[in-house]
Design a protein around this ligand. Structure first.
Ligand SMILES: Cc1ncc(COP(=O)(O)O)c(C=O)c1O
Length: 364
């Protein structure tokens, strides 16, 4: 066989299929996209361009340029996140890949609250790990008894993502503390994907695991908060023992990450995106109010997704109906072991959202 056994369980992401379908349509109402609808703020773009012009276009140190690592470290300290070492990664995607490579032995079990960001399942499978899903329906909360039931001698770590893709839920501190208590008792590591930490609508900031537990590997990035998805930049921070291995692995995988984007990111951490977030709060309100009468739906507290249950309970059939009306959304089965909900991204213009709401109500 030409292709490695490792890829036996890996299939293309269901989100991509919807993107590709939408791309073929003339004027789609596209609410399937997982990236902000604003461009990189102008001063940050200028900063990137300036460094390209100055010739900052070569390899950088594997772990990232010192000024960005220092900036990330002081950002995390201000947030009260525990860590010993910081590295710059090729997005959170790159950071997660290094972490799963560094940590997972074949047969290790990884606890993933369901619904979940698709990448977790496949990166775990790629490393020969076993994803163990922890159901969080219907209110997308972490339940202690359920978590305890999932633990075995093979449990290696838990992945927490809050604010969450695809639900828009933000775990309250009390839920995080339950995970921390259980992890402390068993000396378990937690991976905390904080990529949406700028997108919090009803509180000044969100609690994150790294504030309460030393044995946390925190991931953050510039894709969502500053609209830099294509610049591929993120970071990982946590225990020295793990970060050292991840840095070594970065030498043999990515080598180093985007040079000019690192310079711009130094500025990004001081660039206030509050006005963007206010705009997303308005969009959140618009879609929540537009759907709540006909759909069983939780109000998103963060990120830019809403995850309603579909009438009739068959998400894939519902998405087919939506696509026939030129509306592109993603069935929950892409992000979950259940096929009862759909992910709708509200990172779109208000005009597009209004069109989407109209179709959703019409076909429900
Ligand atoms: C929860 C979550 N983590 C990580 C990523 C990937 O982020 P990056 O662009 O930094 O690789 C995404 C992107 O959709 C996401 O939703």
């Amino acid at each position: 066989m030409l292709i490695s056994d490792r890829l036996g369980n890996i299939k293309p992401s269901g989100v991509r299929r919807i993107f590709d379908l939408a791309r073929q349509m003339k004027d789609p109402i596209n609410l399937s996209i997982g990236e902000p609808d604003f461009d990189i703020p102008e001063p940050l773009k200028e900063e990137g361009i300036e460094w390209i012009r100055r010739g900052f276009n070569k390899y950088t140190p594997t772990q990232g340029i010192p000024e960005l690592r220092e900036k990330i470290a002081s950002h995390l300290k201000k947030k009260g996140v525990h860590f010993e070492e910081v590295m710059v990664t090729a997005g959170v995607t790159g950071g997660l890949l290094l972490a799963t490579l560094a940590l997972i032995n074949p047969g290790d079990e990884i606890i993933i609250p369901d619904p979940f960001f698709v990448m977790y399942e496949y990166q775990v499978l790629l490393m020969g790990g076993v994803p163990v899903f922890l159901d969080t329906y219907p209110d997308f909360r972490l339940r202690e008894e359920e978590l305890i039931k999932k633990l075995t001698k093979k449990t290696k770590f838990i992945i927490i993502n809050s604010p969450n893709n695809p639900t828009g839920a933000l775990y309250p501190k009390e839920d995080l503390m339950k995970a921390v208590r259980i992890s402390k008792e068993r000396n378990l590591l937690i991976l905390s994907d904080d990529i949406y930490d700028n997108f919090v609508f009803d509180a000044p900031s969100c609690p994150c695991i790294g504030q309460f537990y030393e044995n946390t590997l925190t991931f953050g990035g510039f894709s969502k908060g500053w609209g830099m998805t294509g610049w591929r930049l993120g970071y990982a921070a946590g225990p020295k023992e793990i970060l050292r291995q991840m840095i070594t692995l970065q030498q043999y995988t990515f080598s180093s990450v985007n040079s000019f984007a690192q310079k711009a990111a130094v500025k990004a951490l001081d660039f206030d995106v509050k006005s963007y977030i206010e705009g997303y709060k308005t969009k959140r309100d618009l879609i929540y109010e537009g759907l709540r009468e006909k759909f069983n739906v939780q109000k998103p507290q963060g990120a830019f997704y809403i995850f309603p249950e579909v009438p009739g309970g068959n998400a894939e059939a519902f998405v087919e109906k939506a696509i026939q009306q030129n509306l592109f959304i993603v069935p929950g089965s892409v992000f979950s072991k259940r096929n009862t909900h759909v992910r709708i991204s509200f990172a779109a213009s208000e005009e597009t959202l209004l069109k989407g709401i109209e179709v959703l109500n019409r076909i429900s």
